[in-house]
Write a protein that binds this ligand. Structure first.
Ligand code: PBG
Length: 308
């Protein structure tokens, strides 16, 4: 009766990894308990999510190596893995929302989120042109929420304008507004196959973990450009940022409890350092207490079932 915060399955967004083929399930070694699924398997995951009361999925493709290029143009292919997965889910599991990541790292031969110059430095404005095409491609396939995770400056406003002028007036934008250059993304990069390709780091465009004021500036810009909601990422090491954003702005705030955080909890559970279910529920509740409207978590299905 006196609890100030509660968890509900409707707080959760479940990230899923898609791979080519049919009837394929590929476990991801650094993310125990999480697999890449072919499109048919993703539809099965969507059905389980809907039945558990999860309102939204986040999709990420493991693009075949021969379809990766320096300019990531596979992101614009209307029949790419991502678009096929979106359409299959929308056909078979109507009613579940789909959030799609906008960034080029699953499609580039160098694993960076955008185009790079000869020195490996990101080309902000040239990248945005492709991100707009990627957003329109995902919206046309049926995405409900476009989530730019690339951290280019100015992309939210330009994507919003393009969505409007192409008739996608009801597609939302959830901006990865404060995304840190984090060591917690390793297992994700294994999952989408970009880890081995990546040279250098993403510190040229992702945020410095030392900075909090900068996060507020990034959030203010994304809201001014038309974001419907904002995200802080990673999650648990950045609860202070979530609280600061929530106190400053009247907008839904989401946290991405990222792959490395998931792996830490699983490692702790595997060694007996803590009880899995309790670790999962406590960490998710902390996001609600910090001010989140919802959480992207690889534990979503497990947690939603625990809540029933
Ligand atoms: C790609 C992207 C990343 C994640 C989500 N979108 C990785 C990165 O920026 O390198 C990480 C998610 C996770 O670790 O679970 N732009």
């Amino acid at each position: 009766m006196f609890a100030e915060n509660r968890l509900h399955p409707s707080d959760l967004i479940w990230p899923l990894f898609v791979t080519e083929g049919s009837n394929v399930e590929e476990p991801i070694a650094s993310l125990p308990g999480v697999s890449r699924w072919s499109v048919d398997g993703i539809v099965g995951c969507a059905r389980q999510a809907r039945d558990a009361g999860i309102p939204c999925l986040a999709l990420f493709p493991n693009t075949q190596p021969e379809r990766r290029s320096d300019d990531g143009r596979e992101a614009l292919n209307p029949d790419n893995l991502m678009c096929r997965a979106i359409r299959a889910i929308k056909d078979s599991v109507p009613g579940i929302g789909i959030l799609t990541d906008v960034a080029l790292d699953p499609y580039t031969a160098h694993g960076q989120d955008g185009l790079v110059d000869d020195d490996g430095y990101i080309l902000n404005d040239e990248t945005i042109e492709i991100l707009v095409g990627q957003s329109l491609n995902q919206a046309a396939a049926g995405a409900d929420i476009i989530a730019p995770s690339d951290m280019m400056d100015g992309r939210v406003g330009i994507i919003r304008g393009a969505l409007e002028s192409h008739g996608h007036i009801n597609v939302q934008i959830m901006a990865y507004a404060a995304k840190y250059a984090s060591a917690f993304y390793g297992p994700f990069r294994d999952a989408v196959g970009s880890r081995g390709l990546l040279k250098g780091d993403k510190k040229g465009y992702q945020m410095d973990p030392a900075n909090a004021e900068e996060a507020l500036r990034e959030v203010a810009l994304d809201i001014a450009e038309g974001a419907d909601s904002v995200m802080v990422k990673p999650g648990m090491p950045y609860l202070d940022i979530i609280r600061a954003v929530k106190d400053r702005f009247e907008i839904p705030v989401f946290a991405y409890q990222v792959s490395g955080e998931y792996a830490m909890i699983e490692a702790a559970a595997a060694t007996g350092a803590g009880d899995r279910d309790a670790l999962v529920m406590e960490s998710l509740l902390a996001f609600k207490r910090a001010g989140c409207s919802g959480i992207l978590t690889y534990h979503a299905l497990h947690a939603a079932r625990l809540m029933h």
